[in-house]
Ligand binder design. Structure first.
Ligand SMILES: [Zn+2]
Length: 138
C-alpha cells in the first residue's frame, strides 16, 4: 500500500471556539476553559460557561493529570485506518481540574487498563495541524 492509499483517521472538527485549543495541542499543551464569573472549569471549548452561561471564559493550561473514569477495549477497527491499532482503549478521563474528556489510553497493554488508573496526557500528531491528546499510565 502506497502512502497515498493509507487511510486517514478521523479528524476533529475545528470550530472558532476551539482554534486556540487545537493550536496549543499541536504545541503539546492541554487547555481547558475557566469561567471568570463563577470559576467553573469546562471541557470541551464552548462560547458560554456551562454552569452560569457567562461568556467571560479564559484559557487554563491543564496539568495533564487524570484518572480513568470508564473505558472500553476496541477489538474490531471501525475503519481500515484503525486496524493497526487494535486492540485499543477508548476511555473517559477525569482530569485533575474536574472536567471529563474522551480519549485513548496508550503505551500500555489494553488489558492492564483499570478504572481509577492514574494517567498523564501526551500528544499524538495525526497531521501537521492536529495533535490529539491521549493518555498513558502515570
Ligand atoms: Zn460560570
Amino acid at each position: 500500500m502506497s502512502e497515498a492509499d493509507t487511510p486517514l483517521k478521523a479528524h476533529p472538527p475545528v470550530s472558532p471556539e476551539s482554534v486556540e485549543y487545537w493550536e496549543r495541542c499541536a504545541a503539546g499543551k492541554l487547555l481547558l476553559q475557566r469561567c471568570r464569573t463563577c470559576g467553573n472549569v469546562q471541557f470541551y471549548p464552548r462560547l458560554l460557561c456551562t454552569a452560569c452561561a457567562s461568556d467571560e471564559l479564559e484559557w487554563l493550561e491543564a496539568s495533564g493529570s487524570g484518572v480513568v473514569k470508564s473505558f472500553s477495549i476496541i477489538r474490531r477497527a471501525v475503519s481500515a485506518a484503525y486496524e493497526p491499532d487494535v486492540p485499543y482503549v477508548v476511555a473517559l478521563i477525569e482530569l485533575a481540574e474536574g472536567p471529563t474528556m474522551m480519549s485513548n489510553v496508550v503505551d500500555c497493554d489494553a488489558e492492564a487498563v483499570r478504572i481509577g488508573l492514574p494517567v498523564q496526557v501526551r500528544f499524538e500528531a495525526i497531521s501537521d495541524a492536529i495533535s490529539l491528546p491521549v493518555f498513558a499510565p502515570a
